[in-house]
Design a protein around this ligand. Sequence first.
Ligand code: FES
Length: 180
Amino acid sequence: MKATKVDTKQEKQASIEQTQNKPDRRLKALEVTMKRNQYRQDALIEILHKAQESFGYLEPDILEYIARELKLPLSRVYGVATFYHLFSLKPSGEHSCVVCMGTACYVKGSDKILVKLEQELGIKSGETTDDQKVSLMSARCLGACGIAPSVVFDEQVAGKVTPEIAIEKVQAWQKNSSEE
Ligand code: FES
């Protein structure tokens, strides 16, 4: 009897938590669009449109989710998302840098790349520098494991990246913008 009472209390708590974390409406809208298109790979652009409309920009988690659902390599989804100017991968920065933290990249040191970039930029992954120049992000697997560790600098996927190469790239962005 007592156990039932505790269970009921726990259930209540769980249901409150569920309500607080209720499924994101934006995610729901994206799911509906994918379902309507029967998860067809050739509907990728329309689906990316919906995602951008719902979230404001195409964050790495969303791109990973779309790639998974459409059974497309993540590199293809990034390729399309970065090819069309109407899509934005950035929260607000002028440049974006997505470090792959998937297993293949991680074992080849992508964590060190991310740490160095965080130190250089003075921000954490998922943030944008105060001057709105660079947004730093991380992804799970970009689908380019053969060239690990990989990083997407603006529109381009770069392979065999070292912390030094990544820092150089970011410094060049900062230098160019201070010269403008
Ligand atoms: S783990 Fe980085 S591209 Fe696959």
